[in-house]
Design a protein around this ligand. Sequence first.
Ligand SMILES: Nc1ncnc2c1ncn2[C@@H]1O[C@H](COP(=O)(O)OP(=O)(O)O)[C@@H](O)[C@H]1O
Ligand SMILES: N[C@@H](CC(=O)OP(=O)(O)O)C(=O)O
Length: 418
Amino acid sequence: MLVFKFGGASVKDAKGITNLANVVDQYKDNQLLIVVSAMGKTTNALEALTKAYVDGSEHVHSLFEDIKQYHYIIMAELFEATHPVFDEVANTFVEIDWMIEEEPHDDYDFIYDQIVSIGELVSTRIAAAYLNKSGLKTQWLDVRGYIHTDNTYREGTVLWDKTRESISKNVPALLQKGFVITQGFLGGTSENFTTTLGREGSDYTASIFASCLGAESVTTWKDVPGVLNADPKYFEDTVKFDVLSYNEAIEMTYYGATVIHPKTIKPLQNANIPLLVKPFGDPTAQGTVIGGNVNPVFEKPVIILKQNQVLLSLSPKDYSFITENHLSDIFGRFAANNVKVNTMQTSALSFSICIDHKEESFGKLIAVFDDAYKVRYNTGLTLITVRHYGETTLKYLSRGKTVLLEQVSRNTAQVVLK
Ligand SMILES: Nc1ncnc2c1ncn2[C@@H]1O[C@H](COP(=O)(O)OP(=O)(O)O)[C@@H](O)[C@H]1O
Ligand SMILES: N[C@@H](CC(=O)OP(=O)(O)O)C(=O)O
C-alpha cells in the first residue's frame, strides 16, 4: 500500500482539489491512504483567530467569517448547492462558534489545538467528498482515534504502541474497500481532546501511518520539483537532488529545511520505507527519492535559512564561569519550556543560543532565567546553515552583514547574522 500526503499549497483552491483527484486517479489500482493538510494558509488564519479570541478582540468574528468564506467559495466551484458536504463542513465549523461564545480556557495551547485543528477536519471533508463525487470511493477517517498523543498541546508526543495498535487493527480492512483520507497534523488524547503535532506536522502524520502499515513508500506532493539544495523562495540557480540518503535528509530538516517536517524521516528510515518528494503540478516527474545510504556528489552546498531568530546570551549572576552544572540547569529550563535550540556556543562567562523568536512566549522565557542569570538578547536575526560548505559560500552569504556567532564542523557551518 502507498501513503500520499498533500500539503496546504497543493489544496489551496478548487483547482488544487481537482488536481488531487487527478493524481489519485492514476493510482486507482493501489491501496492508498491520503493525508491532507489545511487548505492554503488556513492554519495561519486559525492561529490569528485563536489569538483574537483569547485577547478578547472584536475582530474574532470577521476573521472567522473570512475563513468560512474562503472554504465556501472553493466548495461552490466543486459541488452543486445541495451536496451534503455543505452540511458536513458547517457542522465542523460550528465547533468554533461554540468555543468562541464561551470564556477562553486558561491554557492557550489547549485552545489553540481545539480551534486550529478545524482546518484539517474541513479540508479532508471537502477532498473526500470530491473524490467520491469523481467516482473514487474514499472513506473519511478521523485521525484523532488513530494517532494517540500525550497532553502536550501544540507539540503532542505520539504514543507509538497505542497508535500502532489502533492503525494496524482497523485501517487495513478499510483500505480493502477503497481509498482512505485523513487529517495531517492532528492527534487525540486519552480524554478525546485534539492535539497538534507541531507546525507543518502533516508530513510526520504520513510517516506514522506508513510505519504502522508497512507501506511500500510515502509520497509527499509539493510545489517544488523535489528536494533542492536551497529554498527557491530565497535562492536562484538551485539544483534538485534525484536521490538523498535518510541521514542527509534528517540533517537538512533538523537544521530547518522546511520542505519536510523534521520528525518525518526517522520512522521511515527505521522501517526502510522510501520517501518520495514530488511536484503536485507534474505527477509523473521523478522528484527526489529519500532512502538508503545513497547521496549525490554535492556539487553545490546545501543551504538552509532560518529567519526571525533570537540570540540569547546567559551569564551567571554570581559572575562565576559557565560550568557543567550551569549548562545542565540551563538545558533543564529550556526543555521544561519546550524550547528548541537551533545552535549554541559556550565561552568562559556566557552561554549563547540561537532559537526561533516566538513573540507570544518570549517574555515568559526570559523570566524563567531571571533568578540566576543575566540575560542579553538580539532579535531579528538570520541563521544560515551550510552543509558541504566552502569558504567562498560562507563569505558570500555573510556579505554586508554582521556575524554574531559562527560554528563550523567538518560538514556543517552555521552563522547567525544581523
Ligand atoms: N531545500 C529545499 N528544497 C525544496 N523546497 C524547499 C527547500 N527548503 C525550503 N523549501 C520550501 O518548501 C516548500 C514546500 O514545502 P511546504 O510549503 O511545507 O509544502 P506543503 O506545506 O505544501 O507540504 C517550497 O515551496 C519551498 O519554498
Ligand atoms: N496545516 C498545518 C500542518 C501542515 O503540515 O501543513 P502543510 O503541509 O501545509 O505544511 C500547518 O500549516 O502547520
